[in-house]
Design a protein around this ligand. Structure first.
Ligand SMILES: CC(=O)CC(=O)SCCNC(=O)CCNC(=O)[C@H](O)C(C)(C)COP(=O)(O)OP(=O)(O)OC[C@H]1O[C@@H](n2cnc3c(N)ncnc32)[C@H](O)[C@@H]1OP(=O)(O)O
Length: 673
């Protein structure tokens, strides 16, 4: 596919002096040690992907991973599709690495949000709290490999609980509070947590939402799946009698005080575990079945340290903020800032309440140096014409990161004109699937308009055409052709030979990672442009989810209303030069059954309650037929293209190719919202 993307993009920013950056020091160190002469980032990247084992061994040393037993071999000698093990023989603990900070009085966490003034915890205080909670968890029988779930706000307690969990070698899995009952159960019933952390209530968009009603239904179900304890944090106000309606519940204080006493005097018992020991379970849903449970290894931290230290030049005196929920991988990424000893800022609530200035007031007040957000947020700032530079002193801010969906060239202009003209603007891309980045920021490189600065070190990312050949200056499939230590180790509940995993990521092009994104690599700059999904994944406003979650709701609740089939796709829209995606759900109604406004409202309500407000389709429309392949798979991508204004030639694999005609020129979908 050819594109009209400029191969000579405008340079918007250039670092003044890179001599003191970590990435430069690293390059010099590699040159010395291997007696080579890598002159710049591109050459360093090439070396890193040609010499995967040496590269990751250098990252291990340079980023000072804490371990108790050294590794014997960097990478198991196996092809990529057999998912090789990393750093064989090593023993370490994930939480121990995050609780490390030379200055114990340094602030570790600053927690704030809508209607919540900032409160902070030092590294020392964090250590003590984690110690108490980890003792409490051990006392009630949590051990290595157990799952600890969290249906939780982005607050200090979430991090304390994650660190306590991983200090024991148990596995942490969090989902955000905007998720509905079905969304949570579809995830947690698969992984069967022993303990669940949650909150009493939350505030979003100026409104308080009671959380206990949803929690109660979830706990009723999970207690038949091995749940033994629910710990509730008083996130809004105090906790009273009402928590006794929730089976197995204790308040945070009650749990920590009754179980974790004596922790001040003692050291945390950090279980020493292999590099490949599971640490997180994240979820990603596709077009069929329940969400996939991606199990990530403790060694994922090495990738995060590489990204923060080498690419981001993060130091102990950085104040690192990412606008995220506990359900997005950016939360896991943010938390890894602790391994560098920086202070991290947690915000829960709408980023626009009480006004669009809120996150910028915080940036000024807390001296945030690295500000992470989404392309959608930057677009929303532009839409409401809020120009932070005019109202705030942002002199400490040195880097702005954006993800979720591609950052358009005009947003690059907005950032430099209306936020700050001297900072690294890092558009970053990766995903839940790898819980880290393929391409992203780099303090030693210029920023070109519309481009991600570089492919990250150690990631052999290429753009492949359908024949499996790398192409440059053309749109093609994002693949990664060499193993990397943040590949998930397995899917929870997969077959022993990891068939589900292999078919999701390692089978489209035999034996290399296929990510499902279209990508463009600029041969002149080495920069990258993301061009959207190459599969049916939905991505409205940077919130990604799979169509299966919507189909499951229709199947479970609306069969009786005569819906015999459905198809959900994203429609790309453009207004005032702004590209976005809106979700469209098509319903095929049975004979004698009516599509009407009431049905549409009921579906929207159910999706909001059961999944989340962010899953609700913009349009729900009737359709006479749904296209299928001859193998019985719904054809989402072709319909997505048609309703986004691209003509499609029906492929020979369609069972009912004439059905595609129904999707052209649908009047409602011409509406601009
Ligand atoms: C490297 C990678 O590649 C990794 C990644 O991509 S990770 C994913 C990153 N994704 C993102 O960062 C997503 C970015 N987008 C956003 O955060 C949001 O779209 C935005 C904050 C920018 C815009 O917010 P918005 O327009 O107010 O919409 P949004 O916040 O979605 O709220 C929608 C609804 O959800 C409700 N809601 C949100 N959180 C809620 C909660 N916890 N409980 C109840 N309701 C909630 C809101 O009240 C609102 O409801 P109504 O429509 O009834 O008013």
């Amino acid at each position: 596919m050819s594109t009209s993307i400029p191969l000579k993009p405008v340079e918007l920013w250039r670092p003044k002096d890179i001599s003191n950056t970590e990435i430069e020091n690293f390059r010099i160190k590699v040159n010395k040690k291997y007696n080579i002469n890598l002159e710049n980032y591109q050459q360093l990247w090439q070396w890193s992907v040609d010499n995967i084992q040496e590269f990751w061994a250098e990252v291990w040393d340079y980023t000072k991973l804490i371990y108790s037993v050294p590794y014997q071999q960097v990478l198991e000698d196996k092809p990529m599709d057999q998912i090789p093990a990393w750093f064989l023989g090593a023993k370490l603990n994930f939480a121990e690495n995050l609780l490390w900070c030379r200055d114990k009085n340094r602030v570790a966490l600053i927690s704030t949000g809508e209607k919540r003034s900032p409160t902070s915890i030092t590294y020392y205080e964090l250590y003590v709290l984690v110690n108490k909670l980890s003792r409490a968890l051990r006392k009630i029988g949590v051990c290595k490999g157990d799952r600890v779930g969290a249906y939780i706000s982005n607050c200090s307690e979430a991090i304390i609980a994650m660190l306590a969990t991983t200090s024991i070698g148990a596995i942490w899995s969090s989902t955000s509070t905007d998720f509905g009952v079905m969304g949570v159960l579809d995830r947690f019933c698969q992984i069967r947590p022993k303990i669940l952390f949650s909150v009493n209530s939350i505030i979003y968009n100026d409104k308080e939402h009671n959380h206990l009603d949803k929690l109660k239904i979830i706990v009723e179900k999970l207690k038949n799946e091995g749940l033994e304890k629910v710990v509730i944090i008083p996130f809004v106000g105090k906790i009273g009698e009402e928590i006794h309606d929730i089976p197995l519940a204790s308040s945070w204080d009650e749990f920590i005080i009754s179980q974790g006493e004596g922790a001040e005097e003692e050291k945390i018992q950090f279980e020493q575990l292999p590099f490949d020991h599971p640490v997180y379970i994240l979820f990603s849903s596709g077009t069929t079945g329940k969400p996939k449970c991606l199990v990530h290894r403790s060694g994922l931290l090495l990738q995060h340290k590489k990204e923060h230290i080498l690419h981001g030049n993060m130091k102990e005196d950085d104040v690192f903020f990412y606008y995220t929920t506990t359900g997005w991988m950016m939360w896991n990424w943010l938390v890894a800032g602790l391994s560098v000893g920086s202070s991290i800022v947690l915000y829960d609530g709408s980023p626009f309440k009480p006004s669009p200035s809120i996150l910028w007031e915080l940036t000024e007040k807390l001296g945030i140096t690295i500000f992470g957000t989404s392309a959608k947020y930057i677009q929303s700032l532009e839409d409401v014409e809020y120009k932070p530079k005019r109202h705030h002193n942002l002199n400490k801010l040195r880097m702005l990161l954006s993800t979720g969906s591609p950052l358009k060239p005009e947003s690059f202009d907005f950032v430099y004109k209306e936020i700050k003209d001297d900072l690294v603007l890092g558009s970053i891309t990766g995903g839940t699937d790898i819980c880290s980045l393929f391409a992203g920021h780099n303090v030693s490189l210029p920023v070109y308009r519309g481009e991600i600065q570089c492919i990250c070190l150690g990631m052999k990312v290429e753009a492949w055409n359908g024949q499996g050949n790398p192409v440059y200056g053309q749109s093609a499939d994002l693949v990664c052709t060499k193993p990397f230590p943040c590949m998930p180790i397995y899917f929870w509940n997969d077959t022993p030979s990891r068939d589900l995993y292999r078919s999701a990521y390692l089978s489209t092009y035999s034996g290399v990672w296929y990510h499902g994104d279209f990508i463009f690599i600029n041969p002149n700059t080495g920069g990258v442009i993301m061009l959207g999904r190459s599969d049916g994944t939905l991505n409205p406003g940077g919130v990604r989810f799979g169509s299966a979650e919507i189909y499951n709701i229709i199947d479970e609740y609306f069969r009786k209303d005569g819906i015999i089939d459905s198809l959900v796709v994203g429609q790309k829209t453009k207004m005032n030069n702004n590209e976005s995606e809106r979700v469209v759900l098509f319903l095929k109604m049975g004979y004698k059954h009516k599509y009407d406004k009431e049905l549409v409202e009921n579906i929207k309500k159910k999706i909001k309650e059961q999944l989340s407000p962010r899953h609700v389709p913009t349009f729900i429309l009737p359709i006479d037929d749904i296209p299928y392949t001859i193998n019985g798979k719904k054809v989402e991508l072709a319909v997505k293209r048609i309703i986004s204004g691209e003509p499609v030639i029906p492929s020979g694999t369609l069972a009912n190719p004439e059905s595609l005609k129904l999707y052209y020129n649908i009047p409602q979908l011409k509406l601009k919202l």
